[in-house]
Write a protein that binds this ligand. Structure first.
Ligand code: HEM
Ligand code: 2DC
Length: 469
């Protein structure tokens, strides 16, 4: 006997009242903790409406499997209206992030070949390796300058630059030079714009941007300013490559980068290419940098794991005689550490789909078209899903069985993260170089938690100390 949609527990009858309570709980920044609380109150499924945001929420891996089986041929995530409104307002095309239906699929198929297929990895690795080496050189220099044989700092700004330099070198096939002493103010403005864009998105998940725009609200104006900063900088980078490509006559580089490859391939319109390259460039900064910061934080808290990873990296280096592509196949524990970081500190609090067909979850009927969310943060910390979830334990990912729908940090299926390969490779290479050169320590005992600014971020600066080995 299947229970009806309207019997699902939760607060979904009065969106405005719920928004008011959500706001009182400082929900705009605590969404992840509120979701954990809701699962504790209502059980493994609850229905919710906050402002104009309506969803059904689930937490179990088995239920995630049902959800993704019903995602259909054209999977759709939550429609982030702030992002589409900006593009409509400025007359800009949607990229792969915001497209839907056949338009999304045809673009995504072409982008997949250039961005996420295993064959492009060999092209990315030398570029990313160079950025990793430059980062290490920069840290050595900072340590030398400190005169104390160590460097204690909040690494987040450094990691933003590392991430932007990495993703740009892959997209454009050339270096921006962000790891030099001089910081290009335009690159810094781009980095700041991305953070502002994320931060100003979260209130507009619940309150329609069209309304805020009409009211002349500051959050909408800031949001527009942020995207303007992002598009202006991306346009400059794209124009550079485009101009160069048209002038070039002589022999070209072995690998010219994603943008040039797409232009030469000539299967997407220039406007489509620009839109998706801009999204890739913007999506490639805060995501990987924050995940790396959390990983260094966890390794500083667990010196024993840090030494284990260092030993694995040393063995991999020896066995592959320095060939980075080979080396990446021999570091399962480093990969486990990154999965473990995303379990405890996921970039995305939830994964969601508008289901394409009716499904039954926890014995409740859910009609096609409903927005169903998997609470990724809550699942990662649920003792029914993970044994001793509070413990950071990279080796739990080594045993190959029993990970059914549990490692979902990059999403799932054809609509999963397009930047996944870039992100994983960039983060693995970073950790390899850092572990080979420095010991990471945490000077003081501070418990850092997450705060929600569309993506999850540390709620206070993480101060780390780097010491040469
Ligand atoms: C989508 C996570 C890094 C670009 C997503 C999604 C998640 C995610 C959860 C939604 C997937 C789904 O709905 O199934 C992450 C994490 C990252 C990361 C955890 C790093 C630790 C990146 C990077 C880029 C990027 C480096 C760009 C180079 C994108 C794009 C989409 C996306 C374009 C939309 C894809 C589509 O709609 O077809 N990411 N991401 N991400 N991500 Fe990432
Ligand atoms: C935020 O309730 C919480 O990868 C909402 O690189 C539901 C939601 C919808 C879309 C998610 C978003 C959450 C978190 C950030 C994500 C985004 C889809 C893509 C984006 C997961 C879970 C991200 C960070 C992209 C960003 C690309 C950039 C150009 C905006």
């Amino acid at each position: 006997f299947v229970r009806s949609f309207n019997e699902i527990p939760g607060l979904w009858k009065n969106g405005v009242a719920n928004l008011y309570n959500f706001w009182k709980l400082d929900g705009f920044r605590n969404l992840h903790r509120i979701m954990v609380q809701n699962f504790n109150t209502f059980g493994p499924i609850y229905r919710e409406k906050i402002g104009y945001y309506e969803s059904v929420n689930i937490i179990n891996p088995e239920d995630a499997a049902i959800l993704f089986k019903a995602e259909g041929h054209y999977p759709r995530r939550l429609n982030v209206e702030a992002w589409t409104s900006y593009r409509d307002y400025r007359n800009r095309k949607y990229g792969v992030l915001l497209k839907n239906g056949e338009d999304w699929r045809s673009n995504r198929v072409i982008l997949n070949k250039e961005v996420i297929s295993p064959k492009v990895l060999a092209n990315f690795v030398p570029l990313l390796d160079e950025v990793g080496e430059d980062f290490v050189a920069r840290v050595h220099k900072k340590i030398a300058r400190s005169g104390q044989n160590k460097w204690s700092t909040d690494l987040s700004q450094e990691l933003f630059k590392y991430a932007l330099e990495s993703v740009s070198s892959v997209l454009y096939g050339e270096r921006l030079g962000l790891l030099l002493d001089y910081i290009d103010p335009e690159a810094q403005h781009f980095i700041d714009s991305i953070s502002l864009m994320f931060k100003t998105t979260s209130p507009m998940l619940y309150i329609p941007p069209a309304l805020l725009k009409q009211l002349g609200a500051k959050v909408w104006r800031d949001h527009v300013e942020a995207w303007d900063g992002i598009f202006n900088q991306a346009d400059r980078c794209i124009q550079n490559i485009y101009r160069r490509l048209r002038q070039e006559t002589g022999p070209s580089k072995p690998y010219p980068g994603v943008l040039a490859s797409l232009l030469l391939l000539d299967k997407l319109s220039i406007e489509d290419i620009k839109a998706s390259i801009t999204e890739l460039m913007a999506g490639g900064v805060d995501t990987t940098s924050i995940t790396l910061l959390w990983t260094l934080y966890e390794l500083a808290r667990h010196p024993n794991f840090q030494e284990e990873l260092r030993a694995e990296v040393a063995a991999a280096r020896a066995a592959s005689q320095g060939d980075m592509l080979e080396m990446l196949k021999r570091i399962p524990l480093v990969k486990g550490a990154l999965k473990e970081t995303l379990r405890l500190h996921p970039v995305a609090v939830s994964l969601q789909r508008y289901i394409a067909e009716d499904i039954i979850i926890q014995n409740y009927h859910i009609p096609a078209g409903t927005l169903v969310q998997l609470g990724l943060y809550a699942m990662g910390r649920d003792p029914k899903v993970f044994f001793r979830p509070e413990q950071y334990q990279p080796s739990r990912w080594l045993r190959t069985e029993k990970h059914y729908f549990k490692s979902l940090g990059f999403g799932f299926g054809p609509r999963q993260c397009l930047g996944r390969r870039i992100a994983e490779t960039e983060m693995q290479i970073f950790l390899i170089h850092m572990l080979e050169n420095f010991r990471v320590e945490k000077p003081r005992h501070v418990e850092v938690q997450s705060t929600f600014e569309l993506i999850l971020l540390p709620d206070k600066p993480i101060i780390l100390t780097l010491k040469p080995l």
